[in-house]
Design a protein around this ligand. Sequence first.
Ligand SMILES: NC(=O)c1ccc[n+]([C@@H]2O[C@H](COP(=O)([O-])OP(=O)(O)OC[C@H]3O[C@@H](n4cnc5c(N)ncnc54)[C@H](O)[C@@H]3O)[C@@H](O)[C@H]2O)c1
Length: 324
Amino acid sequence: MRSVVVTGGAGYVGSVITSQLLFGGWAVTVLDTLAGSGESLLGFAGHQKFRLVAADVRDERVLRTVCAGASAVVHLAAVVGETACAADEANARSINEGGTRAVLSAADAAGVRRFVMISTCSNYGVSSPDVLADEDAPLRPLGTYAASKVLAEQMALAHTGRLLTCGLRLGTICGLSPHMRFDLLINDMARAAVLGDAIDIFAPDAWRPFLHICDAARAVEWALQAPEDVVARQVFNVVGENYQKKQLIDLVRAHYPDASIRITPGVPDARDYRVAGDRIRECGGFSPAHTIDAAFTEVAEAVRAGVFRDPRWAGHSAAPAVWR
Ligand SMILES: NC(=O)c1ccc[n+]([C@@H]2O[C@H](COP(=O)([O-])OP(=O)(O)OC[C@H]3O[C@@H](n4cnc5c(N)ncnc54)[C@H](O)[C@@H]3O)[C@@H](O)[C@H]2O)c1
């Protein structure tokens, strides 16, 4: 039976991946501390192929149990984003780096065949303004989050055991999830446009790659099933569309012409990178199927329809304690 452990499977991206894999016929074990709650998984309660283990990825005893009999691991568990990592850098390093080391070692010892490391395009930090960054472009992590993700990715790709490892560098995710995050740019803009809040665009000339959350989940399923010689020790950018931040104004105004948008030249986030998704398309035949405009519209519609009790709730963030 195809059986996969999804670490961080209760989170914003992980809960959508869990759903994609369960519906794709995989047996899924989610390993998550549920630090941001586990309500995102309630829809799977009673599903015969779903199991939740509420524990820390650094717990070796638990790892031995959950990895036993699994054919694959998708590793997402992390402290996510520079804001959350800056709140406690040592803890972030311990989870993002030490956690990855522990999961790799346990998966290998248990005879797991495939390991998909969920990495990030934030690893690029600042890319050349003239060329799209491909997977061989230099990595220039700008803070603890990106630095720890670079290290974790390198650890996974350099792993020499029976375990076949690969990495997916996801663009900034957008779209709906049962564990909703509104601290991500497109989601935040959609929420603000509906609620009539001002939208602040910092560093308007900076570029950013975006990816619809459903395409992130599709890419993971692809990585689990692609031929071994295509994915082994390879890293792939997964990108929907690159946008210059000031171009997002048109995206918002196409739907909300009266939205209040303020351009602020100050740079609280110095990231500026445009990323190429050619390798996964050419080597693996994978292409994103959803637009960023669709993600914006879906989120805005959900907020407008009243899906979220309080869209401004601080818990809709990867760093609830320090957000807003
Ligand atoms: N959201 C994005 O735009 C984006 C972009 C690129 C890559 N990623 C990567 O995707 C992954 C998930 O990001 P997200 O946006 O869903 O964040 P998230 O904060 O919503 O999810 C992280 C999950 O990991 C769990 N977790 C944290 N520490 C843990 C530990 N020690 N043991 C077990 N579980 C633990 C949390 O409880 C949470 O459910 C991360 O690896 C992140 O680097 C996210």
